[in-house]
Each structure stands twice: as structure tokens, then as C-alpha cells.
Design a binder for this molecule. Structure first.
Ligand SMILES: C[S@@+](CC[C@H](N)C(=O)[O-])C[C@H]1O[C@@H](n2cnc3c(N)ncnc32)[C@H](O)[C@@H]1O
Ligand code: SF4
Ligand code: SF4
Length: 388
């Protein structure tokens, strides 16, 4: 039998080196394909709809919509003031009709919201497949506790674009049930499968009175695993709810923590400048300092215009904070009834008391073409270039 010249002359060490080189080169090609695909997807689903919405500025064309599939949840974060945590989730037909309606108005970014979407895993898989086939960028926020390997593979195959994993601490604390060591094994599998399925993973951290020391550690963990982060500052509800049980112990930032919050925010801003991939703009991080001191100025929120939410019954509202308002903003069957003048007047009152991470970023990234390109780059190349 003829011996392959390569194996005849090679020492085992040299052969291993060559194999290792080939594996690395294949991995590099795979990685490059991942970045190119993510860039193309972000361009199609964020930038193109935005440009169209500007060209047709008289019609209602949201770029991003949050769909509440469930208000139920498997844990009880003390800061979470979602109401009606026991009622049944969205009906599949309503969910698909909502996706169809969003598609008809040019929206291509579908973000689930809750509650915890994974209380109905098969529902989320079916809906993701439906929306991804229609060209949607599907964003799944989750506490990750109900996530297992089988779900990760199924949601990956269904075409999810982003998984935003919420963790507030490394170890358990009173009122903070979302902690890293609780979901570490699922998290590692999720990150491992990123390139296989082409989704992006984020770690989502809410800065509260009880976890400031751990924000740094979580940020470094995300960095070690090569994934991006996004930060919320804990916000007390804008409306008073009788049924909310943690009015007093929600981990709201108290005056004695202001200095610590300032320090962690400064540290995050430095990391942002150093190229740690973060969803938050520097402006949003900086605004956290004035927000906690109740010194925030009104800002031009685009909720009910470029972003919106769809409630369990298919009705509309501008944002999470106004989920429980009775005003009729329309629904997926009768169309939208957002009144720009009324909304603008309302935002002059609510925006000084709200630092909605999502809407603040929408305002920031749509304020200039350069910011938009940064946003697209974040979705495509964040891990590679660390765009801030
Ligand atoms: C309402 S949850 C729904 C998805 C999922 N259950 C989760 O925990 O991510 C979405 C995110 O809203 C943020 N959030 C909830 N209540 C908040 C509050 N009072 N202030 C700031 N952010 C809050 C948390 O960071 C949470 O991750
Ligand atoms: S996991 Fe999400 S929905 Fe559940 S209580 Fe916490 S913040 Fe609210
Ligand atoms: S400022 Fe906040 S509460 Fe007001 S509309 Fe915007 S997101 Fe909603």
C-alpha cells in the first residue's frame, strides 16, 4: 500500500501542527461567515426598515416591537412589577397575527417580552420559526433557568437572532433569583453553540441596591466568554400598583449607594471605551447617575413611534412602563391609534422619571447615521472589534 508522502516524512508533532492549523483555519472561516451573516441580518432587519420608516414618515412603521407572550414567571425578582403574573399567556393565533401585522407595516425586529417567555418553550420555538421564516430578527430575553440543551438546539434551528440572558449576581441574594452560578452550565452550552446557529448572546444586568459589587464580576465573566452585555438601572414603577408586593424591598437605589453607583458607571464607561462590547451607549450609562438622583431632564423618547409593545390580547401600548394604562392605542386587528402630539406631551412628564434601556438606545442610535452604523456593527462585529 502506498504511503502518503506527508505522513512518511512527518514526525507526529508536525502532523498534529498541520491538522491543528487546518482546524483553526476552518474555525476562522466559520467565524468570518458568522460575522458576515450577522452584519447582513442586522442591515436587513434594522437599517432598511428604519430608512423606509423615515421615507414614509407619515405612516406608522415601528422598527422594533416587543411582544408579550406571557406575564407568568418561574421566579420572583423583587424589582419586577409586572402585574397579573397568573393569567394565561398569549394565544398562538394572536401571536402569529401580530407577526403578520408587524410584517405588513415593515417591522422586522420582534422581541419577546414578559414575564418569562420560557414558561412555554414549545410556543416560543414555534413562533420563532414562524417569524424567522418571514425574515424577522427574533430577540429572546430570558432568565435562562428553564433553558436546557435541547431547547438551545431547537431555538437555534428555529432561527433566533439574539438571546439576552438576564443575570443580576454571581451567587444568590435576597430578591435576586437570577444569578450566574444557577445557570452556568446552560450558559456555557448557549455560548458554545453560537456559531453553529448564528445567534448572538448578551448578558443583561440590572444594577440594583443589592448587587453593585457583582456588576464588575459579571462584566468580566461576559468578557471572558467573548459575549456582549447590557445594563439597566433599577427603576421603581411609574404607577402605583396595589397588588405589587415589593414596593418597599425592590432593591431601589438608595442615597447611600450613589457613590458606589457612580464608581461602577465610570468603570463601565471605561470598559466601553476600551472596547468591551455593550448595548448601552456612553450617554445612557452617564444618564444613570442623574437618573438615580432624580435630576434627569426630559429626553426625546421614540416609544409609540419607532418602538412599541403588543400586549397578550393583541392590543398596543407605547412601552413596558405604560403596559397597564387604559388608553386605547389600537390593536393588531384595527390598526394603531398612537397620537404623536398627545404622546409627545405625555413624554415631557414621564421621561424625566424613566431610563428605559431599550427606548433610550433607540433614541440614541437613530439620532445620526453614524450611530446607526455603530448599532449594526454591534450586532455583527461586537465580539471582533468591540465597537462602543
Ligand atoms: C421584565 S423581564 C422579562 C424577560 C425575562 N424574564 C428577564 O428577566 O429578562 C426583562 C428585563 O426587564 C428588566 N427589568 C425588570 N424590572 C425592572 C426594573 N424595575 N427596573 C429596571 N429594569 C427592570 C430586567 O433587567 C429584566 O431582565
Ligand atoms: S425573571 Fe424576568 S419576568 Fe421574572 S420576575 Fe424576574 S424580571 Fe420579572
Ligand atoms: S419615556 Fe419611558 S415611560 Fe415615557 S413613553 Fe418613553 S419609555 Fe414609556
Amino acid at each position: 500500500m502506498a504511503t502518503h508522502p506527508e505522513s512518511f516524512h512527518s514526525t507526529p508533532g508536525a502532523r498534529f501542527n498541520r491538522i491543528d492549523k487546518r482546524v483553526r483555519s476552518r474555525e476562522k472561516t466559520h467565524k468570518n461567515r458568522y460575522y458576515v451573516n450577522n452584519f447582513a441580518r442586522a442591515y436587513r432587519s434594522w437599517l432598511v426598515p428604519y430608512i423606509k420608516s423615515r421615507l414614509q414618515s407619515e405612516s406608522f412603521r415601528p422598527v422594533l416591537s416587543f411582544l408579550y407572550t406571557d406575564l407568568r414567571c418561574n421566579v420572583d425578582c423583587h424589582y419586577c412589577y409586572i402585574q397579573d403574573k397568573t393569567i394565561l399567556g398569549m394565544d398562538m393565533q394572536v401571536a402569529k397575527d401580530a407577526v403578520d401585522w408587524l410584517h405588513s407595516v415593515g417591522c422586522r425586529v420582534l422581541a419577546y417580552m414578559g414575564g418569562e417567555p420560557l414558561v412555554r418553550k414549545s410556543f416560543i420555538i414555534e413562533l420563532t420559526r414562524y417569524a424567522a421564516e418571514k425574515g424577522f430578527f427574533v430577540y429572546l430575553p430570558t432568565n435562562g433557568i428553564l433553558m436546557d440543551k435541547e431547547f438551545i438546539d431547537e431555538i437555534g434551528r428555529a432561527g433566533v437572532s439574539t438571546i439576552n440572558l438576564a443575570v443580576d449576581a454571581v451567587e444568590q441574594h435576597e430578591g435576586l433569583p437570577k444569578y450566574f452560578n444557577r445557570i452556568k452550565s446552560q450558559f456555557e452550552y448557549l455560548v458554545q453553540q453560537e456559531h453553529q446557529y448564528g445567534y448572538i448572546t448578551f448578558l443583561n444586568i440590572n444594577i440594583t441596591d443589592n448587587n453593585i459589587d457583582e456588576v464588575r464580576e459579571l462584566t468580566e465573566i461576559a468578557h471572558e466568554y467573548g459575549i456582549a452585555t447590557d445594563y439597566h438601572i433599577n427603576e421603581p414603577p411609574l404607577i402605583k400598583y396595589d397588588s405589587y408586593e415589593h414596593e418597599e424591598d425592590g432593591g431601589w437605589i438608595s442615597e447611600k449607594r450613589f457613590q458606589q453607583v457612580d464608581e461602577i458607571v465610570d468603570w463601565l464607561m471605561d470598559k466601553n471605551r476600551d472596547g468591551y462590547p455593550m448595548v448601552n451607549s456612553l450617554e445612557h450609562l452617564r444618564a444613570m447617575k442623574s437618573f438615580i438622583r432624580h435630576e434627569q431632564h426630559p429626553w426625546p423618547c421614540r416609544a409609540g413611534e419607532l418602538s412599541m409593545i403588543i400586549r397578550l390580547d393583541g392590543s398596543f401600548a407605547p412601552c413596558f412602563e405604560l403596559y397597564n394604562e387604559n388608553e386605547d392605542w389600537g390593536n393588531i386587528y384595527d390598526g394603531p391609534k398612537f397620537d404623536r402630539i398627545k404622546l409627545a406631551a405625555r413624554k415631557r412628564i414621564c421621561s424625566p422619571h424613566c431610563l428605559s434601556t431599550c427606548n433610550f438606545q433607540v433614541t440614541h442610535y437613530t439620532s445620526s447615521g453614524l450611530h446607526w452604523l455603530q448599532w449594526i456593527a454591534k450586532h455583527a462585529y461586537a465580539n471582533m472589534f468591540g465597537v462602543s
